[in-house]
Design a protein around this ligand. Structure first.
Ligand SMILES: Nc1ncnc2c1ncn2[C@@H]1O[C@H](COP(=O)(O)OP(=O)(O)O)[C@@H](O)[C@H]1O
Ligand SMILES: [Mg+2]
Ligand SMILES: [Zn+2]
Length: 308
C-alpha cells in the first residue's frame, strides 16, 4: 500500500468515526488541528532558499515556538581578528533599525558574546526549553558561557560535542520571533563550522578579516567552504582597517595598505564594512555595552542584510 492509499484509509476511518460523534465537537477539533498546522507551517525558521539548500537528513528540528527569519553566519580565519565584535555589532546595528535580533554564540571554545552584551548566566530553562538572556538593547543571547558555573572555565570539548551543543542551542532555546540571528562561528574551516552550515538554515555568511592577515588566502578559504555548502557569501568586513587621528581626523592605515577591495572585487562580493581600530569600541565591549557603539560603520552592511 502506498503512503497515499494509507492516508486515504485513515481519513475514511476518521470520517466514519466522526459521523457518530457530536458534529460541534468534531468541528472544534478540526479547527484546533487547522490552527496547529498553520502555526507549525509558519514557525519554520529560515528562508525557503536556505532550507532547500540543506540535505534534509542534516537539517535539525526547529523549536516549534521559535520563528527565526534570517540566519547569518560570521566567520574568520583565526581568532582575535574581531569576529565576535563584528557579530555583536551587526546584531546591535540591525536592532537599532528596529529588527528583532539574536546572537547564537557557536564559538564554544572562545565564547565572548555574553560579556560584550553584558549578560550573565546561568540561563534558566523550564525543563523543556532554555530561555535566552536578553541584552540591554533587546538582543537575545545564547552561549555556552551562560551554561557554565564558572564563566572563566575553558571549554575543552571536542568537535562533535561542540557541534551537538550548537544544535541544541538552535532547537532547545526558546528564541521566539527573531528577524535576524547572527551566529558567531568558531574560527577556521573545521568540523564545527561545517556541521553548523549543514544543519542550520543559514542565509549567508559574513567574513571578517584584518589587514594583518593574508587576506586573500583567508577570504578564499572561507569563500570556498561556503561554496561547498552552497551558502552565499554576503560580504566581507575588514576590522582594524585604520586609526582615526584624534586631532585632525585623518585616517591612518596602521597595518599598511589594505588589500580587501582587490580580493572582494576578484570574488565579486561586497566589502560590507571597514572598522577603525578604536579603543573606545573595545572599552564598551569590555563593559558589556557593545550596543552603545556607533553603528555608522555598519550602514552598508545593514542595507545588504535588510534586503535579504
Ligand atoms: N576595531 C576594534 N578596535 C579596538 N578593539 C577591538 C576592535 N575589534 C576588536 N577589538 C578588541 O580585540 C579583542 C578581540 O576581538 P574579538 O571580537 O573578541 O575577536 P575574535 O572573536 O575574532 O576572537 C577584543 O578585546 C575586542 O574588544
Ligand atoms: Mg570571538
Ligand atoms: Zn592628525
Amino acid at each position: 500500500m502506498t503512503e497515499e492509499e494509507k492516508q486515504k484509509q485513515i481519513d475514511a476511518a476518521v470520517e466514519r468515526l466522526n459521523a457518530k460523534r457530536d458534529p460541534e465537537v468534531v468541528a472544534k477539533e478540526q479547527e484546533e488541528a487547522r490552527i496547529i498546522a498553520e502555526k507549525q507551517a509558519k514557525n519554520h525558521s529560515g528562508t525557503e532558499a536556505a532550507r532547500a539548500r540543506i540535505n534534509p537528513d542534516f537539517l535539525i528540528d526547529d523549536n516549534p515556538q521559535s520563528h527565526i527569519k534570517h540566519v547569518i553566519g560570521v566567520v574568520s580565519g583565526k581568532g582575535g581578528v574581531g569576529k565576535s565584535t563584528v557579530t555583536a555589532s551587526l546584531a546591535a546595528a540591525m536592532r537599532q533599525r528596529g529588527f528583532e535580533t539574536a546572537v547564537l554564540d557557536a564559538d564554544i571554545t572562545g565564547p565572548s558574546i555574553p560579556r560584550m552584551f553584558g549578560v550573565h548566566g546561568p540561563a534558566v530553562g523550564d525543563g523543556t526549553y532554555m530561555y535566552p538572556e536578553v541584552a540591554g538593547d533587546g538582543t537575545k543571547i545564547m552561549s555556552i558561557n551562560l551554561m557554565l558555573d564558572d564563566e572563566e572555565a575553558p571549554v575543552v570539548w571536542r568537535g562533535p560535542v561542540i557541534a551537538g551543543v550548537v544544535k541544541q542551542f538552535w532547537t532547545e532555546t526558546l528564541w521566539g520571533d527573531v528577524d535576524y540571528m547572527f551566529v558567531d562561528m568558531p574560527p577556521g574551516t573545521g568540523d564545527v563550522p561545517l556541521t553548523v552550515f549543514q544543519s542550520l538554515p543559514i542565509d549567508g555568511i559574513v567574513i571578517v578579516t584584518s589587514p594583518q592577515e593574508l587576506v586573500q588566502m583567508i577570504v578564499k578559504k572561507a569563500y570556498n567552504m561556503a561554496g561547498m555548502m552552497n551558502v552565499p557569501v554576503l560580504g566581507v568586513v575588514e576590522n582594524y582597517s585604520y586609526l582615526e587621528c584624534p586631532d585632525c581626523g585623518k585616517k591612518i592605515s596602521v597595518f599598511g595598505e589594505s588589500h580587501i577591495e582587490e580580493v572582494a572585487k576578484e570574488l565579486n562580493i561586497p566589502v560590507m564594512a571597514k572598522l577603525p581600530l578604536d579603543p573606545k569600541m573595545a572599552e564598551r565591549a569590555d563593559n558589556g555595552e557593545i550596543y552603545n557603539n556607533s553603528v555608522d560603520p555598519f550602514d552598508g552592511a545593514c542595507d545588504i542584510l535588510s534586503n535579504l
